[in-house]
Design a protein around this ligand. Structure first.
Ligand code: GLY
Length: 367
């Protein structure tokens, strides 16, 4: 069946207009059984708090509806509170400020937004550990996690590339480049699969091993992590033109494309058994964006075909286009070992919309 993606986009815009009107002043993370959004605005530093604003900015870029812009700018202002919480600032600053301040800067030229972007980038750069050439992931009081780095961070490097571009200062770029090289070496396996967490000695930089993180077990392949790597290395290539990052992104993509064929819907981990019902539609949406990015870089149609296959699968029965509910993608999971599975997650919605806009060449490039 040939999908008319312009029709899909029209339906999404209408749906999100209704959702935005029902959810003013909220920062959604997930939704209940009926599809009504929750609100994470009291937990202002939560890593997903930029995605709803990013989704609204992407739609604003297409239809210039001022209600989308106003709501997104309100969230951007709320995120300022995070700058006053050292504990709340971590490796995920790109997710928060690329999709808010960077979007505002690109679409309106806001000087305040530029200021926010640079504050966030300065903090992220401060997480660099020169002994091991990696950006530290989470904070913890004991120091146990001082040497931990995670694959998700690949998606946050564009905050540093953007800061270098804006300031005409190579320091941010150099840190991002060195982290990407470290991630290539220690996260990406020979077959193109990736692990979630790597531990280094924070004093010497020595590699100590990997951890399963949000995947099924050590050595397995958490699908969202594969998606972060696929899209993240493609983005590092886009910003640096270093052939090694493109080679890595393509290796991760090949592994992803081969393994996704074994499953009807996207599993949480490619190593889970075929009778395990856990799904993660967000991984499919993120990987679609990465594959479409690779298609635009290389022109290889196998990437666009794989991305469209994934998106068609989501549209068929993992997508709620009703204007009565707030959720868009269904059947996402935060982590394999969580109790709750197969529910909506706001980043799934964001990346699904970004992928549709990429197909239509209507995306505002925020990374
Ligand atoms: N960045 C955290 C996650 O993907 O769940």
């Amino acid at each position: 069946m040939v999908i008319n993606w312009n029709d899909v986009l029209e339906k999404i815009i209408h749906k999100e207009e209704c959702a935005a009107a029902r959810n003013q002043n909220k920062i959604p993370y997930s939704a209940d059984e009926e599809g009504n959004f929750d609100d994470r605005s009291k937990d202002i530093s939560w890593w997903t708090n930029g995605f709803w604003a990013g989704l609204l900015w992407q739609l604003y870029g297409v239809c210039r509806d001022g209600r989308f812009r106003a709501e997104a700018q309100e969230i951007e202002r709320k995120l300022d509170e995070s700058f006053m919480s050292a504990e709340g600032m971590d490796h995920d600053s790109g997710f928060k400020w690329l999709l808010t301040a960077n979007a505002d800067l690109l679409l309106t030229g806001s000087g305040e937004s530029k200021n926010r972007l640079l504050l966030a980038a300065g903090n992220l750069a401060g997480r660099f550990n020169p002994a091991g050439n990696f950006l530290r992931a989470w904070n913890d009081e004991t120091g146990e996690k001082a040497g931990w780095a995670i694959i998700d961070c690949m998606m946050n490097l564009p905050l540093l590339y953007r800061a270098s571009e804006i300031c005409r200062d190579p320091r941010f770029y150099a840190i991002a480049f060195r982290h990407a090289q470290t991630a290539q070496r220690y996260f990406v396996r020979e077959d193109g699969s990736v692990c979630h967490i790597v531990r280094f000695d924070p004093q010497t930089g020595e590699f100590l091993g990997s951890l399963k993180g949000q995947g099924m077990k050590e050595g397995s392949s958490w699908t969202r992590g594969q998606g972060w790597a696929l899209y993240g290395f493609a983005l590092s290539y886009r910003h640096t033109h270093a052939a090694e990052f493109l080679e890595t992104a393509e290796r991760v993509a090949q592994n992803f494309i081969t393994r996704m064929q074994e499953f009807g819907h996207m599993p949480v981990d490619f190593c889970q058994t075929s009778d395990c019902p856990f799904e993660d539609s967000s991984a499919a949406a993120i990987a679609s964006c990465g594959l479409l990015e690779l298609f635009s870089i290389t022109g290889k149609e196998e990437y666009s075909a794989a991305a469209e296959g994934l998106l068609e699968g989501l549209l068929a029965d993992r997508c709620d286009l009703s204007t009565e509910s707030d959720r868009l993608l269904t059947h996402c999971s935060a982590a394999y070992h969580d109790e709750r599975h197969n529910f909506p997650l706001i980043y799934g919605d964001y990346f699904f919309i970004e992928a549709v806009l990429k197909i239509l060449k209507k995306e505002t490039f925020l990374w």
